[in-house]
Design a protein around this ligand. Structure first.
Ligand SMILES: *Cc1c(COP(=O)(O)O)cnc(C)c1O
Length: 355
């Protein structure tokens, strides 16, 4: 190794789900929304004044923050926006978790948390999920962590811990910031957002990527106490003032302008998920009871890796994770009715041949 290389900050990057080149694929591997964004988004892009790109975008994203404030009934100075919730979460780790002491998150969870911890040299411990994949609430209530991050519903299990359990964790940890990552909350779980009034160390993060069908635009946001949001902004403005471009800010406002469309699409995904649960059960799969836009399935007779490979050969992409507790599961994103029909038609035949 050359001497300069010894000084390089070496990290193992996060591995995102595959984005296949072929358009002939049923893509159920990255929890994207199978429906288009709201029509108002198309209009906002078409009407965008391209000449205005000459200027820097509004660093405060005031238009988008205002629209979020109206939509969620939260004052603007308690809202932070970032380039996807990955950006919001990375900024939050940098702002709240770099004390040098250990932070906590579940052992089976969003696989970006340990990447950020390594990136920012944050020591961490994982709290194992219980055998049924639910969060070990007491494991998070010892009150000695320097930071806690939990997705609710959890990924990739889809399980909702419930507000009472999450509040117990928040109440037990006044010594640190607690982040509840609500990337999937719009698919049927209850948000802990009202609790930001009660706990000034609670940060609630959400995203436009899943429920608002805007993964390609990169819009994430967070709610918290005024103090928490100020600390977060101070770090953000010390890093890069202009993270969110001008078009995206308009796109975000447009997406929020059509709550009826949003509700209709979320409900369609929820209904399709419940239908998928029945069909997975009929095919012999078991799974935690998902409140998200994916289901984490396991088949007692056929290895997940084999099912994954067979699906892939037939242009149906789902997600398989390595790791002791999860390698025999597949995370299947809820697609449209037609996509799910194709999935189940294939699985029916495949499992019949296998058995
Ligand atoms: C998808 C996801 C995110 C990040 O989404 P963005 O596209 O960056 O907004 C964050 N947390 C969890 C648990 C996710 O699944």
């Amino acid at each position: 190794m050359s001497s300069w290389e010894e000084k390089v900050h070496k990290v193992t990057p996060y591995t995102p789900g595959e984005q296949p080149k072929s358009t002939n694929v049923i893509k159920l591997n990255t929890n994207e929304n199978p429906y288009p964004p709201a029509g108002a988004v198309q209009k906002a892009i078409a009407d965008f004044d391209y000449e205005s790109l000459r200027k820097y975008p509004d660093p405060t994203a005031a238009g988008l923050i205002g629209a979020l404030s109206d939509t969620y009934g939260v004052p603007a100075d308690q809202i932070f926006v970032g380039v996807g919730s990955d950006d919001v979460l990375a900024m939050s780790f940098l702002s709240f978790f770099t004390s040098g002491e250990k932070i906590l998150f579940p052992d089976v969870t969003y696989s970006f948390y340990d990447v950020w911890a390594d990136e920012f040299r944050i020591p961490f411990e994982t709290v194992p999920l219980l055998p049924d994949f639910s969060i070990d609430i007491d494991g998070f209530c010892k009150g000695d962590a320097a930071g806690i991050v939990i997705p609710n519903p959890n990924a990739p299990t889809g399980l909702d811990a419930g507000t009472a359990a999450l509040e117990k964790i928040i109440r037990s940890n006044p010594q640190c910031v607690v982040i509840i990552d609500e990337a999937y909350v719009d698919f049927g779980a209850e948000s802990v957002l009202p609790l930001i009034e009660k706990y000034d160390n609670l940060l609630v993060t959400q995203t436009f990527s899943k429920s608002r069908a805007l993964a390609g635009s990169r819009i994430g946001f967070a709610f918290g106490s005024k103090k928490l949001i100020k600390y977060l902004n101070d770090v953000k403005y010390s890093f890069n003032s202009y993270t969110m471009d001008a078009i995206t800010q308009k796109v975000g406002v447009a997406a929020l302008s059509d709550p009826e469309y949003f509700k209709m699409r979320c409900l369609a995904i929820i209904n399709e998920r419940e239908r998928a649960k029945k069909r997975f059960t009929e095919l012999g799969f078991d799974f935690p009871d998902s409140k998200s836009n994916f289901i984490f399935v396991h088949h007692p007779k056929v290895a997940a890796e084999d099912i994954f490979a067979a699906l892939r050969e037939n242009n149906i992409f789902v997600r398989h994770f390595d790791g002791e507790r999860v390698h025999d599961h597949l995370r299947v994103t809820i697609g449209t009715e037609e996509q799910m029909d194709a999935l189940f038609e294939f699985l029916g035949k495949y499992l019949e041949e296998k058995a």
